[in-house]
Ligand binder design. Structure first.
Ligand SMILES: NC(=O)c1ccc[n+]([C@@H]2O[C@H](COP(=O)([O-])OP(=O)(O)OC[C@H]3O[C@@H](n4cnc5c(N)ncnc54)[C@H](OP(=O)(O)O)[C@@H]3O)[C@@H](O)[C@H]2O)c1
Length: 338
């Protein structure tokens, strides 16, 4: 293991140059479009907002040709290959169904929806319409994740026994902020916890048992939790919180080796492989796509899959995204915030 496999992640400028419609021009949509414009060949050509003024201002800022004052008008645009949905989580299912109903391919921000049931409705509608649908879980498309994938597939770590990961941040205390508002799918688990849960699912698959301990905020969303996910003799221990920023390290430990993905594991990062505490290999993402600059990698994966005539992206299928939400549903049920 002193030589790590090379990541097989596509060049961000590869893939067909698709015409993207941007639905809901909020904070993440800005970073997504910036990444597309800076690092990829993808073409944002239209934007739809609940306000024509906001759509026009976003379009002017990013050189986008068409601006619409409603999501309904955006999804009817015949000049789109795919719609990127960047509204709060609570709106994902409704808006994905709106776009799919108009015959559009969709890339939906994480989490795919607020519950596994909603996510399954998106999957059913997309499959029935024969259109592409995917959750923009960008971590799955980072080069480091492909190294992890290859090491797991090669059995280099032996039997995996332990996975640990955490994602927390000191969030706004404004009850109206989407992170605190139950009506907008607030809470740490859906917003931040989805990353450690998705990481554990990547390594161990869907767990046989979920145990969650934690507490809610005054607004009734999950504020902090620790999750134990059990799969056979493997355990994942995951933390998420709105009240602190623990180091966002992810660790996979097996009988013959350990991978540490250094903070912050969900974005372009470094990783170390060790055996019995001795470092064997170290890798750092030097692609030049740093932080949210790498958001476009999930768009490129979507574009390649769409170009190949697929309706799902094989590295992160709809069933994967539904299973992750199944785990979060169960955790929220145990926390009393479901
Ligand atoms: N991949 C990542 O790293 C990442 C990072 C942050 C967030 N996200 C995800 O992206 C999604 C949006 O997050 P954000 O931080 O960009 O949120 P945001 O800044 O609040 O933007 C969301 C946009 O959605 C629209 N919207 C539609 N219905 C709404 C409603 N009922 N209330 C408020 N806004 C509504 C608004 O645009 P108009 O009114 O102009 O249409 C708003 O600007 C979330 O699902 C989040 O999990 C992903």
């Amino acid at each position: 293991m002193s030589h790590l496999p090379s990541p097989r992640t596509p060049d961000p400028r590869s893939g067909p140059a698709l015409r993207w419609g941007i639905l809901a021009p909020g904070a993440i949509a800005r970073d997504f479009v910036t990444s597309l414009r800076t690092h990829t060949a993808q073409l944002p050509v239209a934007v739809g907002s609940r306000s024509l003024e906001r759509a026009r201002s976003f379009a002017a800022e990013f050189g986008i040709e068409r601006a619409y004052g409603s999501y309904e008008e955006l999804v009817q645009d015949d000049g789109l290959d795919v719609v990127y949905i960047a509204a709060p989580h609570s709106e994902h299912a409704r808006l994905a169904l709106l776009a799919i109903g108009a015959g559009k391919n969709v890339l939906v921000e994480k989490p795919l929806a607020t519950t596994a049931t909603e996510a399954a409705a998106i999957a059913s509608a997309a499959r029935e319409a024969g259109v592409f649908a995917m959750e923009a879980m960008w971590t799955r498309y980072l080069p480091q994740t492909d190294i992890v994938r290859q090491l797991l597939q090669g059995g280099d770590l032996g039997d995996i026994r332990i996975v640990t990961a955490s994602f927390g941040g000191t969030a706004s205390t404004d009850p109206a902020d989407r992170i605190n508002d139950p009506a907008l799918g607030g809470g740490a688990l859906l917003d931040l916890g989805v990353y450690p849960v998705s990481f554990a699912h990547l390594v161990l698959g869907a767990p046989e048992r979920v145990t969650a301990r934690g507490y809610a905020t005054a607004t009734g969303v999950d504020g902090q939790s620790a999750l134990v996910l059990e799969s056979g003799s493997a355990q994942a221990l995951l933390h998420t919180t709105l009240f602190a920023a623990p180091p966002a390290t992810a660790v996979i430990a097996g009988g013959t080796g350990t991978i540490t993905v250094h903070p912050r594991f969900w974005e372009p990062a470094e990783l170390t492989v060790a055996r019995h505490g001795h470092e064997l290999a170290h890798w750092k993402d030097e692609s030049g796509l740093i932080g949210r600059g790498a958001l476009g990698r999930s768009a490129v994966a979507a574009a390649i899959a769409i170009g190949e005539g697929r309706t799902e992206e094989p590295l992160h299928t709809l069933d994967d995204a539904i299973a992750v939400l199944g785990t979060i549903d169960e955790a929220r049920r145990q926390l009393g915030t479901f």
